[in-house]
Design a binder for this molecule. Structure first.
Ligand SMILES: O=C(O)CCC(=O)C(=O)O
Ligand SMILES: [Fe+2]
Length: 361
């Protein structure tokens, strides 16, 4: 696809290759002082035209206070808020979640340190080989998407075993610490979500929804023409659940009632969202909502998305949970192996992905 701009497909591929070969990413462009963004980042004009009418500055994503979660009455309240947010927004922020602010700050500092390294140092990790556990790249879907995004990323896959000596030294300790904390929080959230579905607290964890997680550490440099591009194209997340840490620079937006709503950075808060696989196993009760990141004239914006996507690379099958379907409420989605599902996601550009529609019955 040649995107919606005046560029032949051949020219476009050449430009993408030239950009990719630098290994310097979008940060390299801003560091070199570009004043105009290269054509590969330009969004189609019809998409830009829609922007003017699609903003909602009033609505606010629910913020849920997790303090007192072990007290039975308080827990009921929290479960109810989590349920409502998951059925309506598919997004919420959590505060008083128990992860110390120092652990969050050290994680974003670690990401900053990684991207601040010399290009030659960073290049040691620059790869599009999906079998690598540590991958630094700009736009995982650079060659499959219509428009490139104004961001670079460092992607880390964790399994039960933590391969800490493979992690870049500048952020190793903070990543391992954050990974421990976020794993335990993922389990807690899946318990709350199970209870919100009227199921036993361990139901989703028993399905191994929180087994195997991956960090996407995004770096969004300041952009000289932010209104012409995006930090992240609109999409829904493919996994079960995402826990997102963001620094204090705005940009994340969620689509609510067909309008974009800002998710304001709140110190110490984490953003939680339901992914496509959780929508699939809950038979559509919880929604995996579209979101995106706008580009910004100031920066860098740093975020760390932690995706819980089930046991990586396995043939495990997921479909709507039996207790949630009935004659009146039949299965809306077919069963799918995790391998088929993941392969499909990774081979499709973010802006071309049909999400769950592909698995609808
Ligand atoms: O950077 C962000 O705030 C969001 C990133 C995101 O949506 C993703 O990695 O799936
Ligand atoms: Fe996302």
């Amino acid at each position: 696809m040649a995107g919606g701009i005046d560029l032949s497909a051949v020219d476009r591929v050449e430009m993408l290759k030239a950009f990719d070969e630098t290994g310097a990413g979008v940060k390299g462009l801003t560091d070199s002082g570009v004043l105009k963004i290269p054509k590969i980042f330009l969004r189609p004009s019809e998409e830009l035209a829609q922007e003017l009418t699609r903003k909602n500055t009033q609505a606010q994503v629910p913020v849920i206070d997790l303090s007192g979660i072990l007290d039975p009455d308080r827990r009921k309240e929290i479960v109810e808020r989590v349920r409502i947010a998951s059925e309506t927004w598919g997004f919420f922020q959590v505060v008083n979640h128990g992860i110390p602010l120092s652990v969050l700050d050290s994680m974003t500092d670690g990401v900053q340190k990684f991207f601040d390294m010399d290009v030659e140092e960073k290049k040691k990790y620059y790869t599009r080989d999906l079998t690598k556990r540590v991958r630094y790249h700009s736009n995982f879907d650079l060659f499959t998407s219509g428009t490139a995004n104004w961001r670079d990323s460092l992607s880390i896959s964790f399994s039960d075993q933590v391969y800490s000596d493979e992690l870049p030294l500048c952020c190793r300790e903070s990543m391992v610490e954050y990974s421990k904390n976020v794993t335990s929080m993922g389990n807690t959230l899946l318990e709350l979500l199970s209870e919100g579905l009227g199921l036993k607290p361990d139901r989703l964890n028993k399905m191994e929804c929180s087994k195997g997680h991956r960090f996407s550490c995004h770096y969004y440099p300041a952009c000289p023409e932010p209104e012409l591009t995006l930090g992240t194209t609109q999409h829904s997340d493919p996994g079960f659940l995402t826990i997102l840490l963001q620094n204090q620079i705005n940009g994340l937006q969620v689509l609510y009632k067909d309008q974009w709503v800002n998710i304001e950075p709140t110190p110490g808060a984490l953003v939680i969202n339901i992914g496509d696989l959780l929508q699939l196993v809950t038979n559509g009760k919880f929604i995996s909502n579209k979101h995106r990141v706008i580009a910004n004239c100031c920066g860098p914006r740093i975020s760390v998305a932690c995706f819980f996507s089930g046991p990586i690379g396995e043939h495990k099958i997921y479909g709507p949970i039996k207790e949630l379907i009935s004659d009146e409420n039949p299965a809306k989605y077919r069963e799918v192996t995790l391998r088929e599902y993941t392969t499909k996601f990774l081979n499709t550009g973010l802006d071309e992905n049909l999400g769950l529609d592909y698995y609808k019955l």
